[in-house]
Design a protein around this ligand. Structure first.
Ligand code: OFO
Length: 171
């Protein structure tokens, strides 16, 4: 059993995760339209990972006997000036998500909710990884600037990313 305060905070995170997935899917479509297949693949995998995050919150709420109502999702931005801009926005978005996860932990701790705190620890570690991997790509993009060969090389590398099917949820 979880308190209403915790349940409401977790329900709000459903929206954040759905909007994350939607944003990255939009970036994937934008990159595909620009012929950046590798970037498109990377954002597509990212969109799937965000849906997995959404489902983790969704199932946790249901497992705790809570009601789940799906939120309205805002239309994501669909035009970017460059891969650099898209990746900068990705890092900013992930920093926003990290903040939201930290706030969720604060709510769980203030309610002495150890189960929810334990559940959220996976996301705390995940955000460190996400910010680090996006930061690495961003550093490379800032280094090469407008260099077409450099973009081509990074695009090839990002095309290698694959979605690892989670073992804890049937998706
Ligand atoms: Fe990118 O971590 Fe969920 O939202």
């Amino acid at each position: 059993m979880i308190t209403k305060k915790v349940a409401d905070a977790l329900r709000n995170q459903l929206k954040n995760e759905l909007e994350s997935s939607y944003l990255y899917l939009s970036m994937s479509a934008w990159a595909a339209g620009k012929g950046l297949k590798g970037f498109s693949n990377w954002f597509y995998v990212q969109a799937k990972e965000e849906m997995y995050h959404f489902f983790k919150f969704y199932h946790y709420l249901l497992d705790q006997g809570e009601k789940v109502e799906l939120p309205a999702v805002a239309k994501p931005k669909s035009e970017f000036s460059s891969p650099l801009e898209a990746m900068r926005e990705t890092l900013q978005h992930e920093q926003f998500i990290t903040k939201s996860i930290n706030e969720l932990v604060d709510v769980a701790l203030s309610e002495k909710d150890h189960a929810t705190n334990a559940f959220l620890q996976w996301f705390i570690s995940e955000q460190v990884e996400e910010e680090a991997s996006v930061g690495e790509i961003l550093d490379q993009l800032e280094l090469i600037g407008e260099n077409g060969n450099g973009i081509f090389m990074i695009d090839k590398e990002l095309g290698q990313r694959t979605f690892v099917t989670p073992t804890d949820l049937a998706l």
